[in-house]
Every structure is written in C-alpha cells, then in structure tokens.
Design a protein. Structure first.
Length: 272
C-alpha cells in the first residue's frame, strides 16, 4: 500500500512538472490555436517560419485562430490581440483565422504598415483564400506568413504612403538613396564655396579700389511704422478617400485605422 502511494505521488509529480514545462513552452510560442484547427506538426512548422521572420525583420509576428471573437469584428480582434501581446513593440503583424466571423485577417502595426500595403495584403489574402476555403487552415496561415516574409524581403515599395481612413491624414515615405545623398552633399559644398568666395572678396574689396564716402552718403531717417491687424480667413478642406476606381494610383497606399487602445494599424481581411 505504501509503495503504491509513493508510486502514485511520483507519477503525479512528473505529470505536474511536464505540464509546467508544456505551459511555459506554449507561452513562448507565436502560434495561438484557440480554435483547435491545427495539428502539432503545423504548429511547429508555423513557429519555425515565424521565428525566422522575426529574426530577419525585428517584428513581433503572431498566427492566431479563434472561434469566439467576443462580439468584435475580425479586424478588431486581430488588432487587440497584437496590442495585448506586444505592448512595447510597435512593429509587427497578426495573422488571424476567425471562425466566429468566418474571416481571415492580417493586422499590421508600426513599420509593417509600410511594407504591407493594401495591394500586397490583397495578394496575400487571395492566395490564402483557396486554402481556408478547402479547410486547410495550417496551409492558410503558412501562406500568409510566406507572403509577409516575401514582401518584407522586397522592401517598402516606391511611392508608399499611409492614409488614415478616420482623419484623412497622409504620411508619405521617402528613402534617401546613396546617390541622392551624394549629389545633395556635392551641391551644398559647391554653393558654400561660392558664397564664401563672393562674400570674402566683397569685404576685402578685391573687385576694385572703390572707396565709400560715408560722410557724404550717411543719413539717418527714423520712421514710425505700425501694422494694424484687420481679420483673418481660415479655409479647411477634408481630403477625400480614394476609391478602387483610382487603380494603380493607390497601389502604394496603406490604409490605417486606430484600434481600441489608440494604436495605428493597417491590414485587411477576407470572408470565407
């Protein structure tokens, strides 16, 4: 009887220790399969892919499934998930399969908004839609992760800009190339030399022997000048939103909005 009790206690201790290790490892992962859609092999592959992406980009990246969005839209759920799990890191992405709203979603934050424009996100969702429609949820999330990694490697597209859909504010991105920096520095150097030479020559009278007759030409005249403020007119204009009819002109646009925490997010979603 005593031996059986000891054996039972030992077994319970091992189970608890293993359980503790398992919980700790789960907290370290980047895949949160709350809806139970993924196999262990799919979770392991996704974690490996996401870890590589995080090491390369410096972002925080999460792959999430849920069957209860708690009354929120898929976009709001993905935004809030990133804000909760990444309170200090601004840059990153949440990849979501929402079985409650039947929607796949990509939420971007910080630097990731610049890389993943509206057009690029649409392309990723197009590719992932086939997988999720066929019930291949692991492949769907892997396709989205591959798409994010691919566009990160391509870099921020030329002409990229953030467009705040709530305020109409536009924030354009421009990266100064090495050639542009060299030309700018050369122009500044030449202009500086010319200005210095002209001013130095003028003050040392190198351009002639002219002597200014200050006695004959000196005169002081004091005047009182007063400006009276009459009125002012302020004109405000809201920048209209671009529509899909604008075609290629919006290919570099990243539409943004604010989550419940006030953070600026980009992204997109697709019903399935």
């Amino acid at each position: 009887m005593v031996k059986e009790m000891k054996r039972l206690l030992l077994t319970m201790t091992v189970v608890l220790l293993l359980g503790g290790v398992t919980v700790y490892a789960a907290e370290d992962d980047n895949v949160y399969d709350d809806a139970g859609l993924l196999t262990e092999a799919e979770i392991e592959a996704l974690n490996e892919k996401i870890n590589d992406l995080e090491a390369e980009s410096g972002w925080n990246v999460y792959a999430v499934t849920t069957d209860d969005a708690m009354g929120r839209s898929a976009t709001a759920y993905a935004d809030d998930f990133f804000d909760e799990y990444s309170p200090e890191q601004e840059d990153g992405v949440t990849l979501l399969i929402d079985m409650d709203n039947r929607e796949i979603t990509i939420s971007t934050c910080g630097e990731a908004i610049r890389y993943l424009t509206d057009t690029r996100i649409d392309y990723i969702l197009d590719d992932a839609y086939t997988d999720v429609s066929n019930g291949d949820y692991g492949a769907c999330l892997m396709t989205m992760a591959d798409g994010v990694a691919g566009y990160y490697q391509k870099g921020i597209p030329e002409g990229q800009y953030n467009y705040d859909t709530e305020t109409g504010e536009v924030s354009r991105y421009h990266k100064l190339t090495l050639a542009e920096a060299g030309v700018t520095l050369l122009i500044a150097l030449v202009c500086g030399i010319l200005i210095y030479t002209a001013v130095a020559a003028k003050y040392t009278l190198r351009f002639g022997t002219y002597q200014y007759d200050f006695r004959a030409n000196s005169k002081v005249a004091l005047r009182i000048k007063q400006d009276n403020f009459v009125n002012q007119t302020v004109t405000q204009r809201r920048i209209p939103r671009e529509t899909s009819s604008s075609g290629g002109s919006s290919s570099g646009r990243s539409s943004t909005h604010h989550s419940s925490s006030g953070r600026s997010h980009g992204g997109g979603s697709r019903k399935f």
